[in-house]
Design a protein around this ligand. Structure first.
Ligand code: NDP
Length: 317
């Protein structure tokens, strides 16, 4: 049972590798620099890693880079993609690696007949940015696609990178007849396995660190362990197909501040919203398709507590 994971050192992928090893798989895992201890030490320390984890060097922008990674696998989990905001050059830093990288990985997969399915980590960023108005009774589901023009207009470059990458993946899969499934998580939080802070957990640390105000934002949160598990279910369930939105809770930041207060009453948390506009609306994200996969969501209170404790253990505050 050999499977491959691209971008294995990342926040979500580290949990995915951990769960795959736990389930008895042999894991071929790509990282950009196998000699960078910060990126690999936590992976090599996982249970089963000594016997069943094999590291490969691969870069999204190098053609053919993933050939040896995916060779002999029954499943490929493509998670690698740069995730940060405010790039200097969006095309070079975010769009090219996401879009060309996804096609690069898929081209390697086409050459390997043993691969039954490619599970791609897409995002709610490729689902919800289409300019449709949001309100508490609006239900976002898998039929929604982000609109590249809307992303571009609002300079939402990461959202654009994920939208273009997913669009290209579906086109390629159709043309070449390969089995692709995407998982589309919301903002992923929960305990960190890697030693460095990643983009999606950073907003929680910002709140804990107690700046004066909190942003007027509605988050769509999902637990990193549920996301990793959903990747595996998306491969193991033969009837899985298409896209799966993964969002456990949609919640305004003001409520998150209250929950963090309950977790640690000693914290000095921000008390005021950053602006005096009405609170950004909440809305719903359909859980129906994810439920058919067997995804169960960790309660947000538990996820936030585990995130808090992980950040504390790793001395982030
Ligand atoms: P991380 O930043 O922790 O991980 C990103 C990974 O992508 C890293 O392993 C990084 O490798 C790799 N990567 C970036 N550029 C390249 C490149 N040029 N070549 C090879 N690898 C590259 O992010 P997350 O774990 O949060 O994200 C993982 C995936 O999940 C991404 O596809 C992201 O878009 C998606 N996602 C994340 C969400 C979240 O809230 N976290 C929500 C929805 C989707 P290296 O370690 O070498 O830098």
């Amino acid at each position: 049972k050999v499977v491959s994971v691209t971008g294995a050192s990342g926040y979500i992928a580290s949990w995915l590798v951990k769960l795959l090893l736990q389930r008895g798989y042999t894991v071929k895992a790509s990282v950009r620099d196998p000699n960078d201890k910060k990126k690999t030490e936590h992976l090599l320390a996982l249970d089963g890693a000594k016997e069943r984890l094999h590291l490969f060097k691969a870069d999204l922008l190098e053609e053919g880079s993933f050939d040896s990674l995916v060779d002999g696998s029954i499943a490929v989990f493509h998670t690698a993609s740069p995730f940060y905001h405010n790039p200097n050059d969006p095309q070079v830093e975010l769009i090219d690696p996401a879009l060309k990288g996804t096609l690069n990985v898929l081209r390697s997969c086409v050459k390997v007949p043993s691969i039954k399915r490619v599970v791609i980590t897409s995002s709610m960023a490729a689902v919800a940015f289409n300019g449709k108005p949001l309100a508490p009774d609006v239900i976002i589901d898998e039929s929604w696609f982000s609109d590249p023009a809307v992303c571009e207009k609002s300079k939402a470059w990461y959202m654009l990178s994920k939208t273009l990458a997913e669009e290209a993946a579906w086109k390629f899969a159709k043309e070449k007849g390969i089995d692709v499934v995407t998982v589309n998580p919301g903002l992923v939080i929960g305990p960190l396995l890697q030693p460095t802070l990643n983009t999606s957990v950073a907003p929680v640390l910002k709140l804990i660190n107690g700046t004066e105000t909190f942003p007027n934002t509605t988050y769509r949160f999902v637990d990193v362990r549920d996301v990793a598990n959903a990747h595996i279910l998306a491969f193991e369930n033969p009837s899985a197909s298409g896209r799966y939105c993964l969002v456990g809770s949609v919640i305004h930041c003001s409520e998150v501040v209250k929950m963090l207060c309950d977790i640690s009453p000693a914290l000095t948390l921000p008390e005021r919203c950053a602006d005096d506009k009405p609170f950004a609306p909440t809305y719903q994200v359909s859980k129906e398709r994810a439920q058919t996969l067997g995804v169960k969501y960790t309660p947000l209170e538990v996820t936030l507590k585990d995130t808090f404790e992980s950040l504390k253990d790793k001395n982030f505050f």
